[in-house]
Design a protein around this ligand. Structure first.
Ligand code: GLV
Length: 313
């Protein structure tokens, strides 16, 4: 079996060694991204996209399956030569859900404990006590109920937040009120104090958190985005923070990454910015998952995590 992996030469990551350990009988080839396509490369049975190279699929037009090393696949779907007739398989959890649960819970607890407010008061040397508030007084919504989103929704429910979930299709999660599709989106948002989005970037989700959507939230609500940057209309979010409609936001993903130095988010005390770290790929868990799926495909079995090209995730 031959596997091609797109990975910049300069990157000193453990991918090659991990794949060699996990699939000792396979031959591995590192595709240096965006080089001029070569006609003499060995055709791979499987391609792993650790870096979205524009020339990868010119050289490898017909693998049996393509794997990403991320949960989001927009950067791979955007590749012009991506073969559409074979499965594209994305990472499912592989250690990301636990990280993203911690991130979402931290933001939810900071909101509940009003720590952002006290931080701002500290800068002004203000000693003002606010009424205590517990999770059971907070309505929290999770947008996106895949493997990661449903784990976050459950974790919030365990902490006794009132949890609603929103997904494209109907989901059934114990203790969580689930809303499905754009028809039910407004009802999902109405009066939420805290909303966390883990939606993927698709044509349907672009700009989903715009002014109209965020105006439906409770006054003083807090928005968390750990899905993709283009879910949020950034100017609308800033305007709603300015007007006091939103008390703040915790943002890990942005329309442009790295977030440009001149971007207004950096300087806003109401907005917490993190550099796309809420769910980092863990190489050994990811390779173990990909290797298991390659073995399953070789046995002729179906695998999970196959991207629906029409849905976009
Ligand atoms: C990270 O953003 C991922 O999609 O895995």
């Amino acid at each position: 079996m031959h596997i091609a992996l797109s990975l910049p030469e300069r990157e000193s990551s453990p991918w090659m060694a991990l794949f060699a350990d996990a699939l000792p009988k396979a031959t591995l080839e590192r595709h240096e991204p965006d080089r001029s396509p070569r006609g003499d490369v060995q055709q791979a049975d499987y391609v792993v996209v650790a870096y979205p190279s524009k020339t990868l699929f010119v050289e490898q037009p017909a693998p049996k399956a393509v794997f990403t090393v991320s949960a989001g696949v927009g950067h791979v779907l955007a590749l012009a030569n991506l073969p559409r007739g074979v499965p594209l398989v994305r990472v499912e959890d592989a250690g990301m859900a636990a990280q993203m649960i911690r991130y979402a819970l931290t933001a939810a607890m900071r909101f509940t404990q009003r720590l952002d407010t006290y931080r701002r008061q500290q800068h002004a040397a203000q000693w003002i006590q606010h009424r205590p508030r517990g999770p059971s007084q907070v309505s929290a919504g999770v947008m996106g109920l895949g493997v990661i989103g449903s784990a976050i929704a459950r974790a919030l429910a365990v902490q006794r937040f009132h949890v609603r979930g929103y997904a494209r299709s109907r989901k059934d999660l114990a203790g969580i009120r689930c809303y499905a599709g754009r028809d039910e989106f407004a009802a999902f948002l109405d009066g939420l104090d805290f909303v966390v989005s883990v939606l993927p970037a698709t044509p349907e989700t672009a700009g989903i958190l715009d002014r109209d959507a965020m105006m439906r939230l409770a006054d003083g609500a807090h928005v968390v985005n750990i899905g993709r940057g283009n879910l949020v209309v950034e100017g609308d979010l800033l305007a709603l923070v300015d007007s006091g409609k939103l008390s703040g936001a915790t943002l890990d993903v942005f329309r442009e990454e790295p977030l440009p130095a001149a971007h207004p988010f950096w300087a806003r005390p109401e907005i917490t910015v993190t550099p796309h770290v809420s769910g980092l790929t863990i190489p050994d868990e990811t390779v173990a998952q990909v290797a298991d799926k390659i073995r399953a495909l070789e046995r002729g079995e179906a695998v999970s995590g196959v991207v629906d090209f029409v849905r976009g995730y």
